[in-house]
Design a protein around this ligand. Structure first.
Ligand SMILES: CC(C)(COP(=O)(O)OP(=O)(O)OC[C@H]1O[C@@H](n2cnc3c(N)ncnc32)[C@H](O)[C@@H]1OP(=O)(O)O)[C@@H](O)C(=O)NCCC(=O)NCCS
Ligand SMILES: [Zn+2]
Length: 329
């Protein structure tokens, strides 16, 4: 048995590549070791490195070329070789992109707005509610700042306008978490729960949070601080008896798979809406309604997260009161 849980999210290398299918990835960047966020490590395609390589080519000039050009009378333009990086990492969304490349800048602007404020739930999605099998779990859910929103859910493999919206939303979440796309199999056994807040535009709403809930069979119990201590005392490393989930969060779990019905592979709240209780409300809604007529309780070990981020671990501990388990996606 492996002593480490396979990572749900990508490596922490801050490498972004514009992919053919994605509407939201950017150009390749240098590596960075941000301890907070997990950056995507996507499939790299040489053909996609547009603006930077183009620029390098125009900047490469030999001495001979320069002298020859100098003899020409109609010399009108000089090119300077400025060998400095144009990569920029946005402090608000943590995305690295090529500054000055119109495609990258535009991809970044879209991603940044979605990460901060969330995507819109518009009239088109609203019109498709019945066709998309959307269920409203609760209305007038009060947040800490007094605002009220509603919670809806629908199948993870929903089609139509709602399916397209979910695809874009999951692309943004995966890019933010450096996570791989959820497979069609996972989406088939999942429900997406959204928290919708009234937008400034009348009749429109913002998606202020998303939880994907998935049917699973087993998960592992998280070891308490005391159990980790005991594991360290009985052998030089705790991984002799426990599984290390993530070195950053310091989460270890017991290797025995235990029957667990509900998994949470994705959890995201845009930064402007955090610490209002949205993630907790969404998790409670999922626990309450995922299996019809059978409400689940995290304190009884009935819900599991995939490898959590630092923020995810904080919610997991707070909302799950120590009973949430860990599973591999
Ligand atoms: C994790 C995340 C979904 C939390 O959403 P949220 O709506 O802010 O969470 P809640 O408001 O329900 O938080 C409930 C409690 O969890 C704890 N908590 C949540 N975020 C925390 C943080 N950043 N630091 C410390 N504690 C935190 C607190 O105890 C909080 O209660 P409090 O605000 O009364 O102190 C959000 O921070 C996020 O989207 N982060 C980026 C994506 C991510 O890491 N997802 C998790 C993948 S496992
Ligand atoms: Zn940004």
């Amino acid at each position: 048995m492996s002593s480490k849980v396979k990572r749900t999210y990508g490596s922490k290398k801050n490498v972004l590549v514009r992919s053919h299918s994605s509407t939201l990835s950017s150009s390749p960047t240098t590596e960075s070791t941000s301890p907070q966020r997990k950056r995507p490590l996507q499939e790299q395609s040489n053909t996609d490195i547009g603006p930077p390589s183009k620029r390098a080519k125009t900047m490469r000039r030999t001495k001979e070329n320069s002298r020859e050009k100098g003899k020409q009378k109609a010399l009108t333009q000089l090119h300077f070789c400025i060998d400095q990086t144009v990569l920029r990492t946005c402090p608000r969304c943590d995305l690295s992109y090529t500054k000055g490349a119109p495609d990258d800048e535009s991809l970044h602007r879209t991603h940044c707005a979605r990460i901060q404020k969330g995507m819109e739930w518009g009239r088109e999605e609203e019109r498709d509610m019945i066709k998309g099998g959307v269920v409203q779990v609760s209305t007038a859910v009060k947040l800490k700042d007094g605002r009220k929103g509603r919670i809806i859910y629908f199948r993870g493999d929903v089609g139509g306008k709602i399916g397209s919206k979910l695809t874009s939303l999951l692309e943004t979440i995966n890019l933010a978490l450096s996570a791989p796309p959820l497979t069609p199999t996972i989406l088939r056994e999942s429900k997406a729960y959204l928290f919708l807040l009234p937008s400034v535009t009348p009749g429109r709403e913002k998606i202020a949070g998303c939880v994907v809930a998935q049917r699973i069979t087993t998960a592992m119990a998280i070891a308490s601080a005391r159990e980790c201590e005991q594991a360290c005392q009985s052998s030089p490393t705790p991984t002799a008896t426990l599984i290390a989930v993530d070195a950053d969060t310091g989460v270890f779990c017991h290797p025995t798979p235990l029957p667990t019905p509900l998994g949470i592979p994705r959890l995201f709240v845009p930064s402007a809406h955090r610490r209002q209780g949205i993630a907790s409300h969404l998790l409670s809604a999922a626990a309450e309604t995922f299996i019809h007529g059978c409400p689940l309780d995290p304190r009884k070990g009935q819900i599991a997260f995939t490898q959590p981020t630092g923020d995810g671990n904080a919610v997991m501990t707070s909302w799950g009161a120590g009973g949430v388990r860990i599973y591999e996606e």
